[in-house]
Design a protein around this ligand. Structure first.
Ligand code: GDP
Ligand code: ZN
Length: 463
């Protein structure tokens, strides 16, 4: 058994709330022994049961003999478990109260309360998964739509790690080859050959890194959602649009747990693309951010937006506030709606020409559900032009990965510059080696403790 020898941890691994079934999960060398102290089924001992079996029984407080719950207990021995340690899962039926009691019992009998992400961290430390996969577990927990889930699953499968590990191997092979060449300087053309090899490999690895980086924008959108602001003066139809979109595509409200911000975020899925509404409460309760905080400060809020949907009422002439909003959002990626097309037209595309030259306007009657398809198609096109169906691509979405890939790409640039400037090979090798190290950080090779602690602390309890 190749575990790092941690003590035994326990936590409730089902989501908090009023679910009928709760699961208390234990992991570590004493997991089975601790479970045996509270498990009763005649004279049956979990310690004598084969691995990967499930057992019916009761959880009983060993001090006073009080029966807490009727349970099913799974016994899974290392190494074929998520953490690569002995794992016991107690499925409780008595709701959250019983689940909490059982957790208290196992803690009293010697388990430690797991920190957020500690199960996944152990899986990583015990070599079961690498860092990109651990991060995918977190993304999976938070996935908003089918597509973001797809992306996380792929990463969990190791798509990104395989690619990164292959590139690292390429670099390592090249470095080895360079060493060999340097050891045989008797051949005349060896230096030229070495430089040519370095240049070819550097370009090849850098191309692949840059390709990966090109998926970053879309990957980030799939992961975090398109930050979207719906704006317009009072009564143009903001709330109506919100409701129409929510009605069609079902809002996904996520409570982000275990992070510093205890916020509720609202997502809509538009053709599989998650829109994250900026300041939903603002739109819902007090109309919109512009009314609420004024034009000047909205400018700040709008800087954060990936997408602005600006609604104008085409049954009324353009107002000063309309003009201000057109001006305000000029730098944003935006979609302009001419709403209330069911009413007589008082506003023409020419009227806004000076604020929106060349921009396509979408005409809608939100009231009659007209133009909604155009709007959705436009959103999908803007962010996933030409590849809405492409589900096989490896995306990078994680800011940490993107940062490291950019640095690696830069290091490879330095290699090429070094070659062009005819620098000594051993100096060029330093940059090449740095690219290898940076890629290693993505998969967690040589990751420092602080990084690990910081990453895993973002998880929910029990994962
Ligand atoms: P908000 O103030 O921008 O949030 O606007 P609301 O969504 O509350 O809509 C204001 C009024 O306009 C409501 O009575 C809506 O029913 C109405 N409305 C919204 N969209 C349309 C539309 O396409 N056509 C017509 N005729 N009325 C609409
Ligand atoms: Zn409204």
């Amino acid at each position: 058994m190749m575990t790092a020898g941690f003590d035994t941890i326990a936590a409730i691994s089902t989501a908090p709330g009023e679910g009928a079934i709760g699961i208390v999960r234990l992991s570590g060398d004493d997991a089975v022994a601790i479970a045996d102290k509270v498990y009763r089924m005649g004279r049956k001992e979990l310690a004598k049961q084969p691995s990967h079996t499930i057992h019916y029984g009761h959880i009983v407080d060993p001090y006073d003999g009080q029966e807490i719950d009727e349970v099913m207990v799974s016994v899974m021995r290392a190494p074929k478990t998520f953490t690569r340690e002995d794992v016991v899962e107690i499925n409780c039926h008595g709701g959250m109260v019983a689940t909490n009691r059982i957790l208290e019992l196992v803690l009293r009998e010697g388990a430690h309360l797991a920190e957020p992400g500690e199960f996944t961290k152990r899986a990583f430390l015990n070599g079961r998964i690498d860092l990109t996969q651990a991060e995918a577990v977190m993304d999976l927990i938070r996935a908003k739509t089918d597509r973001s889930m797809d992306m996380a699953v792929k990463q969990l499968d190791g798509n990104l790690s395989h690619l990164v590990k292959r590139l690292r191997q390429d670099i390592l092979d090249t470095l080895a080859q360079v060493e060999v060449n340097i050891d045989y300087p008797e051949y005349d053309d060896v230096e030229e050959m070495t430089l040519q090899l370095l240049q070819e490999k550097t370009t090849m690895v850098k191309d692949q890194i840059d390709q990966l980086l090109q998926t970053a924008k879309q990957g980030k959108i799939l992961r975090d959602g398109i930050q979207t602001a719906i704006i317009g003066r009072p009564n143009v139809g903001k709330s109506s649009l919100l409701n129409a979109l929510l009605h069609e595509d079902k809002a996904i409200v996520t409570e982000v747990e275990g992070t510093t911000r205890d916020t509720i975020e609202e997502y809509m899925s538009i053709r599989g693309v998650p829109l994250k509404l900026i300041d939903t409460a603002g739109i819902r309760d007090t109309e919109d951010i512009v009314e609420q905080i004024g034009v000047e400060r909205s400018r700040e809020a709008l800087k954060e937006a990936d997408l602005v949907i600006l609604i104008l009422n085409q049954s009324e002439p353009l107002t000063t506030m309309d003009k201000e909003l057109l001006q305000l959002t000029k730098q944003n990626q935006r979609i302009i709606l001419f709403n209330k097309s069911d009413l007589p037209t008082k506003l023409q595309p020419e009227d806004i020409l000076e604020f929106a030259e060349g921009e396509e306007i979408i005409t809608t009657s939100i009231l009659n559900s007209e133009g909604m398809d155009d709007l959705e198609q436009r959103i999908a096109d803007l962010f996933f032009s030409g590849q809405t169906g492409e589900r096989d691509a490896t995306y990078v979405s994680n800011a940490r990965h993107i940062d490291l890939l950019q640095k690696a790409s830069q290091a490879l640039d330095d290699v090429n510059t070094g070659i062009a400037q005819e620098m000594p090979v051993d100096l060029i090798q330093i940059d090449f080696t740095r690219a290898w190290e940076l890629l290693g950080e993505i998969v967690g090779e040589g990751a420092p403790d602080e990084l690990l602690n910081q990453l895993f602390s973002q998880f929910c309890l029990g994962k």
